[in-house]
Design a protein around this ligand. Structure first.
Ligand SMILES: *[C@@H]1O[C@H](CO)[C@@H](O)[C@H](O)[C@H]1NC(C)=O
Ligand SMILES: *[C@@H]1O[C@H](CO)[C@@H](O)[C@H](O)[C@H]1NC(C)=O
Ligand SMILES: *[C@@H]1O[C@H](CO)[C@@H](O)[C@H](O)[C@H]1NC(C)=O
Ligand SMILES: *[C@@H]1O[C@H](CO)[C@@H](O)[C@H](O)[C@H]1NC(C)=O
Ligand SMILES: *[C@@H]1O[C@H](CO)[C@@H](O)[C@H](O)[C@H]1NC(C)=O
Ligand SMILES: *[C@@H]1O[C@H](CO)[C@@H](O)[C@H](O)[C@H]1NC(C)=O
Length: 636
């Protein structure tokens, strides 16, 4: 009860203070050009695997599809053996695929197999094997028993690492090296409590392979179960790739390099913590120290946040922090150091790992005082792309999926978020099950329960109306050229840094507009005439394109501003009188750009024909307001 009350206060406070002003600039409509691959049945879980730029493997229930993402065609449809009990028809009895990965020169697929996890090696048509031939292996600890259980899988240099429960009840869920050329290694059970694994990755160090480490992001139950404490703690753990476990006598087949630290995403000054890690994306850099983790969190009061961490900061903590609960002298080699033969590590080093694997210091995001972005949208997935803009600089673009299936495209503008657009790729409201970025083809592949949708990241025609519209979008994939707003950005006009449009006037590409006076430079729309008799209600409408612009109606000396979160800006005339006749302009102003969106002229009907025209107008129902519809419109 106390907790709920606290959360409510937090929520109200939070909405007032942090959630103002960050709305997507544009709301884009789905069009027919969007590629989609429909599934035969509604899936509870799907998994994607990208093989090169063109091939995507989609794993569903009892099948794996191989799709050409250039045209959406299904290239192959692998049917998987169905070992389940014939009397069972429940979805949980099916074989839901949870793992697709390249492993030892073939495609490895693992699934729930009706509660008896198994793996298969697929041989594509092009190989010399007949298509049906598949090797099978036990999938326990690699795939879960049912898709609602947590699992993850990663293949690195011929080894397979996975986290999945060993038992049907979901117990013994931990991160292990399960198969491959190196020995199997697992965790010491007390190290984690009721974990949910989010992602795992290797940070490559080509010049120092012995020091290569794997990182695992997860959340676990907070050992502090007091009322004020959050139920979750988010973590990053680290193990050495070369770790073979301990010697025969001590810690055999158990990670000898496991360390974990708390991932903090918070506004520390306000004591607001986002403790529940939801999803994460790793943007790898050539130098592992510059790699970054984009982590999506949610909070106990249902807000979400994105925090960005640097791998260098993370390693600094693992290499320098003291060990939680350990006051002795730090043995040598320092616990967590990678060595060629972990079996010969001294007992003192392994003992610290065994008893005190947690770091005292917390991992803070790059921006220490607040998350990169906070929202009350319920985001569930995050991916990031790195794009070279027209000025040669690289920008990070984030894609966040909401629980209703919308995709928000963000520009990482220094320490600030700029939301370029919102788009729905699916007619229904459904959470996104899987999301992958295909940087090479500039596509976002989005998995919904009934289809896979492809979002083309360089659809610049959304901003094609003028140079200013193109530049204001601040979309690094698009620039203004002789051919309009296109993805051929090299010679184009762009201003990703600020979005200001003055560059549009200094350019040879921009033939029609040479004057500096912005208000007169944009194409002025044709004036629309309306005849309205005295005493009648009427309204004028103006479409709102950019939610970051201010829309204003000008009429004589009147100035009326609109709420930009709506989709149209209306000018309402409840009862037409003499003062309502004349010219109206609807003007949008954003940064240094002013544009006239609509122009109207309202006039009174000629005296003799007034009744006649009033009849005509009342036939045009969409233009007329009854007092009833007026009330409705004012309410909404
Ligand atoms: C995928 O489709 C594109 C466009 O239709 C085609 O050019 C390409 O060859 C296809 N790729 C494969 C691997 O079939
Ligand atoms: C394909 O397999 C058959 C029989 O296993 C073998 O005789 C043939 O040489 C193989 N072809 C290639 C191209 O490997
Ligand atoms: C958060 O969301 C959950 C699930 O929708 C709901 O049960 C809970 O009451 C919400 N909490 C707050 C503080 O709004
Ligand atoms: C942290 O540890 C690393 C590796 O052990 C060392 O090189 C570095 O100097 C340490 N940094 C600090 C601030 O102590
Ligand atoms: C957010 O979305 C997830 C996934 O659909 C859902 O389980 C959760 O209840 C949602 N939370 C809220 C507060 O609506
Ligand atoms: C964009 O506008 C230009 C004219 O400015 C036109 O030539 C071009 O076809 C348009 N492109 C798209 C994709 O609509």
């Amino acid at each position: 009860m106390i907790r709920i009350y606290q959360y409510l206060i937090l929520e109200i406070y939070f909405l007032l203070v942090f959630c103002s002003g960050l709305i997507p600039r544009l709301t884009l409509r789905l069009d027919d050009l969007c590629l989609r691959v429909p599934y035969n049945i509604k899936e509870g879980h799907t998994v994607f695997f990208q093989d090169g730029a063109e091939k995507l493997f989609i794993g569903g229930t009892n099948y794996v599809l191989q799709v050409n993402v250039s045209n959406g065609h299904i290239m192959e449809n692998f049917t998987l053996p169905d070992n389940r009990d014939h009397f069972c028809n429940k979805p949980s009895c099916g074989n839901t695929i949870t793992v697709i990965d390249k492993f030892q020169n073939s495609m490895l697929v693992c699934g729930t197999n009706g509660g008896n996890p198994r793996c298969w090696k697929l041989h594509p048509k092009s190989s010399n094997h007949s298509r049906g031939v598949m090797e099978e292996m036990d999938g326990k600890g690699i795939a879960p028993y049912s898709y609602s259980q947590n699992s993850l899988c990663l293949t690195v240099d011929g080894d397979l690492y996975a986290a999945a429960p060993l038992y049907k009840e979901g117990t013994s869920l931990q991160f292990r090296r399960k198969a491959g050329s190196q020995t199997s290694v697992w965790m010491y059970d007390p190290w984690i409590t009721e974990p949910t694994f989010i992602t795992a990755f290797l940070a490559r160090r080509p010049r120092d392979p012995v020091n290569e480490k794997m990182y695992v992001l997860f959340r676990e139950k907070n050992p502090d179960s007091s009322l004020e404490a959050d139920p979750w703690i988010s973590r990053v753990a680290r193990v050495c790739k070369a770790d073979k476990g301990g010697s025969k006598r001590f810690f055999q087949n158990i990670w000898t390099s496991f360390l974990k630290a708390r991932l903090v995403c918070a506004i520390p000054n306000e004591f607001l913590y986002f403790n529940r890690l939801q999803d994460a994306y790793v943007l790898h850099a050539e130098d592992w120290r510059e790699s970054r983790i984009y982590a999506l969190f949610s909070s106990s009061w249902n807000a979400t946040a994105v925090c960005i961490y640097s791998l260098a900061d993370l390693d600094h903590i693992f290499e320098n922090s003291s060990f939680k609960g350990y006051n002795g002298e730090i043995p040598s080699p320092r616990p967590g150091t990678c060595v060629e033969d972990s079996k010969s590590l001294p007992m003192a080093t392994i003992n610290v790992i065994k008893q005190h694997p947690e770091m005292n210091q917390w991992v803070q995001p790059i921006q220490k005082t607040s998350p990169f972005y906070i929202s009350n949208s319920n985001y569930t997935r995050i991916v990031v792309d790195r794009v070279k803009a027209a000025d040669g600089k690289k920008y990070n673009v984030l894609f966040l999926a909401t629980d209703t299936g919308k995709i928000h495209k963000f520009l990482e503008d220094g320490s600030e978020a700029f939301i370029i657009s919102e788009i729905s790729l699916y007619e229904h409201s459904a959470p996104v099950q899987s999301m992958k970025i295909n940087s090479e083809k500039r596509q976002l592949l989005v998995g919904y329960p009934e289809q896979m949708s492809v979002l083309d990241l360089q659809r610049c025609q959304h901003y094609n109306t003028s140079c200013q519209d193109c530049v204001l979008a601040r979309d690094p994939y698009c620039a203004w050229t002789e051919n309009g707003c296109t993805s051929q950005i090299k010679e184009g006009i762009q201003n990703i840094a600020t979005g200001e449009t003055h560059l549009c006037f200094n350019s040879v590409n921009h033939v029609t507009r040479t004057k500096r006076d912005t208000s007169s430079s944009s194409p002025v729309p044709e004036e629309i005439n309306h005849t309205v008799p005295m005493g009648f209600p009427f309204y004028l409408s103006c479409p709102i394109e950019s939610h970051h612009a201010t829309y204003t109606w000008l009429h004589g000396n009147d100035l009326i501003s609109c709420n930009p979160t709506q989709s149209t800006c209306l000018y309402l005339i409840p009862n037409t009188n003499e003062g309502n006749y004349g010219d109206y302009t609807c003007q949008a102003e954003e940064l240094d750009y002013k544009k006239i969106v609509k122009k109207y002229n309202l006039r009174s009907p000629p005296q003799s024909r007034s009744i006649n025209i009033a009849f005509k107008i009342s036939a045009q129902k969409h233009l007329l307001l009854t007092p009833f519809t007026l009330v409705i419109m004012l309410v909404f």
